[in-house]
Design a protein around this ligand. Sequence first.
Ligand code: NAD
Ligand code: UDP
Length: 339
Amino acid sequence: MNTKPKILITGGAGYIGSHTVVALLEGGFEPVIVDNYCNSQKWIMDQLKELTGQIIKEYTVDCTNLKELDTVFENETFAGVIHFAALKAVGESVSEPLKYYRNNVGSLINIIDLMSKYNVPNLVFSSSCTVYGEADYLPVNEQHPIKTAESPYGCTKQMCEQIINDCIKSKKLSRATILRYFNPVGANTSGLIGELPIGTPNNLVPFITQTAAGIRPNLTIFGDDYNTVDGTCVRDYIHVMDLADAHVKSLENMESKKESFTLNIGTGKGSSVLETVKAFEKVNKLKLNYKIGAKREGDIEQIYAETSLSEKTLGWKTKYSLEDAMRDAWKWQQYLDAK
Ligand code: NAD
Ligand code: UDP
């Protein structure tokens, strides 16, 4: 008989979700994916099969569709939910706010409703360091005040955190771990899964790899006169496999302590855009075509995480370096180019 705890992974075909599916299997869990493929491709399921040697159960369902999602909960007995499914393009959220509120907030409400109906105790939620805005101090810890959101996307993360906390207070939800991700980068070391941006990438690392691959003529670095180490913005880049591992640890931690948590998930180290480009060039022995351009509107100058609470709470620490992430991101890009 199969006694592995079954975990619902919404958005499991996406970038972070697919890496977490692999980590869950390694951790002795049975992941079940729900995705509507609005920002992912179905062939990622084949990649997961090749990588893990296992067929992962999958439902093509939109989380905003309560009726269809109910059928999934009715068919399966879940020990927990990791809720990744959300739209994440900051710029698009400014031009289409209702799409973001409906999808991101609506999906979470349905998930909590069904967790309550079917007595599913553990929720892990994907939040973001964007909730801190321009930080008052660095490294930013979990007690840092939540700032007025810069975009509807950021606002959905703040609202979702609030909804989760209210539902815990009212006992509608047993417990949750809210993970505030810093900047996830890299790919599985196998090069078989990774980030799959649709159209022109908004994020730095896929832009770097597509430039190195010749898909983009050059990278534009958005500003070099910030008050930072070399004038370019600073972020806390975390390897996606370390991030995936934090989800497994969060489930185990909640199950044993029966408590709720809000945790930063980063490396604790800030890297500038130029340092990131240099790390990519060094580890892959490549020269990247880049130029300095205008600042991007709304960009945060610098942010990186205080990680002591997550490390202590989860018994977790990042294992991979920025260079590892740049190596693996490039491996994935080369796999895509050959495909
Ligand atoms: P992604 O777009 O690669 O994955 C999200 C997945 O959810 C996709 O497969 C998409 O098809 C699916 N999805 C979206 N709406 C859905 C719906 N209504 N029903 C079913 N499936 C739906 O994004 P990601 O980078 O893997 O991000 C995962 C989560 O982490 C998101 O909640 C995102 O906001 C959050 N996050 C991401 C980053 C980042 O830089 N990647 C940083 C902080 C937080
Ligand atoms: N960035 C850049 N050029 C690009 C994309 C990003 O210089 O084409 C910079 C951006 O200004 C920011 C950093 O890279 O300082 C990380 O950007 P990303 O969008 O990946 O993450 P976020 O800003 O959401 O933290």
